[in-house]
Design a protein around this ligand. Structure first.
Ligand SMILES: [Zn+2]
Length: 88
């Protein structure tokens, strides 16, 4: 679908969708809620360096928050030899 072929109604719906996804960043720490990547914010195109990412599950701002989540929910993430969460 081309943008210039949209009906006014389709365009309004599309713009509402874009505005909504800008106000709700998809990537926030699952433990403390800190925003890790906000595509709507200028200059925020990469995850913060300390971010811990778990494929198909979620993101944490730090190892500490990942550990807190494990404790709170009684789950265990995969870790490498140094004890860091590792899904590489
Ligand atoms: Zn956190």
């Amino acid at each position: 679908m081309r943008l210039d072929k949209m009906t006014p109604e389709q365009r309004a719906r599309f713009e509402a969708h874009c505005a909504e996804s800008k106000t709700k960043p998809p990537y926030a720490c699952m433990s403390c809620g800190k925003v890790l990547l906000d595509p709507g914010a200028p200059g925020q195109l990469q995850f913060v360096a300390s971010a811990v990412r778990i494929p198909f599950f979620g993101e944490f701002c730090s190892e500490a928050c990942a550990s807190a989540f494990e404790r709170d929910y009684g789950i265990l993430f995969r870790r490498d030899g140094s004890g860091k969460v590792s899904y590489v």
